[in-house]
Design a protein around this ligand. Structure first.
Ligand code: G6Q
Length: 546
């Protein structure tokens, strides 16, 4: 809350920090042989090992006290209970209802939202099965095997990440494509590689007013109509939206529209109709397994005490580094090729949700909120930015993610991959002192002078924290669990920072200004005054484009 840093719980963590700021993880392991066991939690097929962090029981207790002081439990119930916790937009936040898998109602005011969610799921089941079986086919009778999702932000990143993550579950004859960027190249690169007779376009847009999506959808519609005629649209276009009127205006029959609702935020929407491409690619039963996995994590999050609650602990450790060590960076590295887009997805989830300054009290936060999140697929990124993780002046906490079993157990690839992820976490934590380097080099016969010149460069400070998340395999169920875990981690941090994790006004200003600049790029003049840099850039680019 505003003045958070003045609260007793916060002050207590400051004292705990002063006491322990120099603790060394390596020493903590030496002191406590049970440490790994103590700081590991298992939920179904997901293991979360947080022992390689700069934490001990006293630190964790202080962090749990902060969570309680911020009324986290109450806030969790408010979200699951359909209260309008997205206060700046006056909306409830009920993406958890989309994967609610038992018979109890989920109330939004006096209305149970489950019947409408179940009806849409049923409609999604029927449609995705018909496409997969070739019953819903193209205008000329051909099976629709190229599925193109046109959407951006929350209407792209989730479906794209999940479809990629579950590629080994795709029907053999189905190919998925994604068009998000307004850059014409995004459209061209997809359209140049597909045949209109076999293509289904899914226009995914909550508002159905997003300029990128509508421009891309119009281009694709024209491409289809040029090839097959206006009558073909009904067989080749469907819409996923909350806005029936705009869908109709665009020229898609509402019969081909799959609905979702205001209580589902864009970046939390892959569990809704927005997941249609996932459904078509992997089949409805697998899509349901993804919902089941997310529901298992929801139940764990809502019902488990903080001391054993994976998203709560993940979030609190993040707060420990962000607000007390002043480390405002955070890295997620999946060691699985299928999960390579997870960091991109998490960037939106985390940074769009918690990249905020004003608290619920309408005052600027006097503490850091969301960190910068980045990442990439291991081992690729070991050969790029890992240099900085190991030896840079910045400490960057890491989440490592690894499946125990690969979908492609070819030769010893997966064993090498596992060795690498474990080695990286161990190396970050243990480091290697200059003295250790010196003895190694001495044993190799190097002279003292030579050793003196090189030993610092070859040393690693260590004490660099990481979490390890081990999944059995990247299957729909564990993907559901993993994504829901991160959603709830973001929620907990937002709750403690007392910010609204569910709006995104920060993306609006630039969007509006682009609309002002467009006529000027198109050769007209507007009465908008620009700064000198923008004005001269407009002039320069126009001259080149003439
Ligand atoms: C996500 C954001 C944002 C949104 C896109 C697309 O939480 O709201 O990324 O998803 O701007 O919006 P539409 O789905 O309305 O086209």
């Amino acid at each position: 809350m505003f003045g958070q840093e003045k609260s007793e719980a916060w002050q207590n963590i400051c004292s705990v920090y002063e006491k322990y700021k120099n603790i060394n993880i390596r020493d903590l392991f030496t002191q406590d042989p049970d440490r790994a066991k103590k700081y590991t939690l298992v939920l179904g097929n997901l293991l979360f090992d947080y022992s390689k962090n700069r934490i001990n029981d006293e630190i964790m207790a202080a962090l749990f006290a902060l969570a309680r002081d911020c009324r986290l439990e109450e806030k969790i119930s408010a979200m699951f209970g359909g209260r309008k916790i997205n206060r700046t937009e006056n909306r409830a936040v009920l993406h958890t209802a989309l994967r609610h898998r038992d018979e109890e109602p989920v109330m939004l005011g006096s209305i149970d939202v489950m019947p409408q969610i179940k009806a849409t799921l049923l409609k999604m089941r029927k449609f995705s099965e018909d496409v997969r079986l070739g019953k819903f086919c193209g205008y000329t009778g051909k099976k629709l095997t190229n599925i193109v999702n046109i959407g951006i932000g929350g209407s792209d990143l989730g479906p794209f990440m999940a479809t990629s993550a579950l590629k080994s579950y795709w029907a053999k004859d189905i190919n998925c494509f994604f068009i998000s960027n307004i850059d014409g190249t995004a459209c061209a690169e997809v359209l140049n590689n597909i045949n209109p007779e076999e293509t289904l376009f899914i226009v995914a847009s909550k508002t159905f007013t997003t300029i990128e999506t509508l421009t891309n959808a119009r281009t694709c519609r024209k491409w289809l109509v040029d090839a097959l005629g206006e009558h073909a649209v009904a067989n080749h276009f469907i819409a996923l939206s909350t806005n029936r009127e705009e869908v109709e205006k665009f020229g898609i029959n509402p019969k081909n529209m799959f609905e979702f609702w205001d209580f589902v935020g864009g970046r939390y929407s892959m569990w809704s109709a927005i997941g249609m491409i996932i459904c078509i690619a992997i089949g409805f039963e697998n899509f349901e397994k993804m919902l089941d996995g997310a529901y298992a994590m929801d139940k764990h999050f809502a019902e488990t005490d903080f001391e054993h609650n994976i998203p709560v602990i993940l979030a609190l450790i993040g707060i420990w580094y962000n607000n007390f060590y002043n480390i405002h960076r955070y890295c997620v590295i999946p060691y699985d090729q299928y999960l390579k887009y997870l960091p991109n997805y998490l960037q939106q989830l985390d940074m769009e949700s918690n990249g905020k300054t004003f608290t619920f009290e309408n005052k600027p936060a006097n503490y850091a909120t969301g960190p910068v999140l980045f990442g990439g697929a291991g081992t690729d990124v070991q050969h790029s930015f890992f240099q900085m993780l190991h030896q840079g002046t910045e400490i960057i906490p890491v989440d490592f993610i690894i499946p125990a079993i690969s979908h492609n157990e070819i030769g010893n690839h997966h064993r090498i991959l596992i060795s690498n992820v474990l080695a990286q976490a161990e190396a970050l934590m243990k480091g290697r002192s200059a003295d250790e380097v010196a003895s190694e080099l001495e044993a190799k016969g190097m002279t003292k002078v030579e050793i003196g010149k090189i030993k610092n460069y070859k040393s690693f400070s260590g004490n660099r924290p990481s979490n390890m998340i081990v999944l059995r395999k990247i299957d729909p169920y564990s993907l559901g669990m993993l994504v829901a875990m991160y959603e709830h981690k973001v929620f907990v941090q937002g709750a403690i920072w007392n910010i609204n994790s569910f709006d995104q006004f920060g993306v609006e200003l630039g969007k509006k200004m682009a609309l002002d600049i467009l006529p000027e790029i198109e050769g007209m003049y507007s009465d908008i005054e620009h700064d000198a840099s923008t004005a001269s850039l407009i002039k320069y680019i126009r001259k080149i484009r003439k």
